[in-house]
Ligand binder design. Structure first.
Ligand SMILES: Cc1ncc(COP(=O)(O)O)c(C=O)c1O
Length: 380
């Protein structure tokens, strides 16, 4: 049996043939396949506009740029995420304000968000961590009450739903990643979604050197080059055709693991609130109650040929770039908080006491059973 992987892109001849078709067409950047993808992505998520771009970090940068928030504005976000979330806030001179997560869902706690709002707050940026949507209805209410922008970092959220509605249009704008590990992949790749026509036009322009729809050499705003190749667009488009298959296989794996973990006293996992569908990007074991050290558990899983791994053991504000924020060039004009003094106790507890196990769609019954046996062996 192979070492059971936590990353295994779900590819077959369909993606390969699509790439060859693009190469043969000689139309290499954002052509027919990328436009097909955008249409399929909007159909799937229900978002009116889907704009493809070259990665999820660029998508976040575009989303924030599209909202035109003046430098120095604060953006409330979670520290329990990949560093791209908070780095993208820093790019344009905005200030991440870290708020703690809910102990059960591991997503931004809306009550704490509301009490963290100041006159400097301009936006709230939740992350749908591990594929579970943040409490978007509650966050939307808060955003409306205080007249704040709401940006979904849905990099990990493909497949996540609340009351049947896919993430991507709960906020003013949302961003997805199609990095090679994600539920839906193009190698590198990103998508920005919005229901707002004006924001959509701006996103199209911002990602293409500030051009208008006419193209050419007319530049109406400062912009970037965040275009995607059509080879990647073609892979993404084929992946959309397989989306249900990918998500349902991940779900089978996760539901099986949950039934195993439910029988082990003290071992837990991220709780899915009623009405929420988890996208099952990551299934992580929560060792807060059982007390086993994740590093030791991970070693035991590996010894049993199950490739588990710890993920966000350091919160964003604990990373060196935040500790040394005054080395960042925007610090010449912006007063950043002292991030060494930030404390989010729930996030800290979760970050030290979780690790992921493989949920890739390619797992067969024997492999799934092997993961289950390993869970039992390590924790009982
Ligand atoms: C929560 C989150 N935000 C943003 C990103 C950035 O996406 P990308 O790696 O495609 O730039 C990721 C990627 O892993 C992520 O997990």
């Amino acid at each position: 049996m192979r070492d059971i992987p936590f990353v295994d892109p779900y590819l077959d001849d369909r993606e390969m043939n699509a790439v060859i078709e693009v190469m043969k067409s000689h139309y290499l950047v954002e052509g027919k396949h990328s436009r097909d993808f955008e249409r399929k992505f909007s159909e799937f998520t229900g978002a009116k506009h889907s704009i493809i771009c070259n990665n999820g970090t660029a998508a976040l940068h575009l989303a924030l740029e599209s909202l035109d928030i003046p430098p120095g504005g604060e953006v409330i976000t979670t520290p329990f995420t990949f560093i791209a979330t908070s780095n993208s806030i820093l790019f344009g001179g905005l200030v991440p304000k870290f708020v703690d997560v809910d102990s059960e869902t591991w997503n931004l706690d809306p009550h704490l968000v509301e009490s963290a709002i100041t006159e400097k707050t301009k936006a709230i940026m939740p992350v749908h961590i591990f594929g579970l949507a943040a409490d978007m209805k509650h966050l939307r209410e808060i955003a409306e009450k205080y007249d704040l922008h709401l940006i979904e970092d849905a990099a990990q959220g493909f497949g996540a739903r609340i009351d049947g509605k896919h993430v991507g249009s709960f906020g003013d704008v949302a961003t997805f990643s199609m990095y090679a590990t994600k539920n839906l992949i193009s190698g590198e790749g990103g998508v920005v979604t919005t229901n707002n026509d004006e924001i959509a036009d701006k996103l199209d322009s911002l990602k293409n050197h500030g051009r208008t729809i006419e193209g050419g050499y007319k530049h109406v705003r400062v912009g970037f080059n965040y275009r995607l190749t059509d080879m990647q667009g073609a892979v993404a488009s084929v992946q959309m055709d397989k989306a249900e298959e990918i998500l349902s296989q991940r779900k089978v794996n996760v539901e099986f693991y949950r039934s195993v973990v439910d029988d082990i006293d003290g071992l837990e996992y991220q709780k899915v609130p009623a009405g929420f569908d988890h996208g099952n990007y990551i299934f992580a074991l929560d060792t807060r109650k059982i007390g086993t050290k994740p590093s030791e558990a991970v070693d035991s899983f590996k010894a049993n040929h199950v490739l588990a791994r710890p993920i966000y053991n350091k919160l964003s504000y604990e990373q060196e770039n935040f500790k040394a924020i005054n080395d960042w060039r925007w610090a010449k004009v912006i007063d950043y908080p002292d991030y060494t003094k930030v404390k989010c106790p729930v996030s800290e507890e979760i970050s030290r006491n979780h690790f992921e196990i493989p949920v890739v769609p390619s797992l067969n019954n024997e492999e799934r059973e092997k993961v289950a046996q390993t869970i039992r062996k390590v924790f009982t």
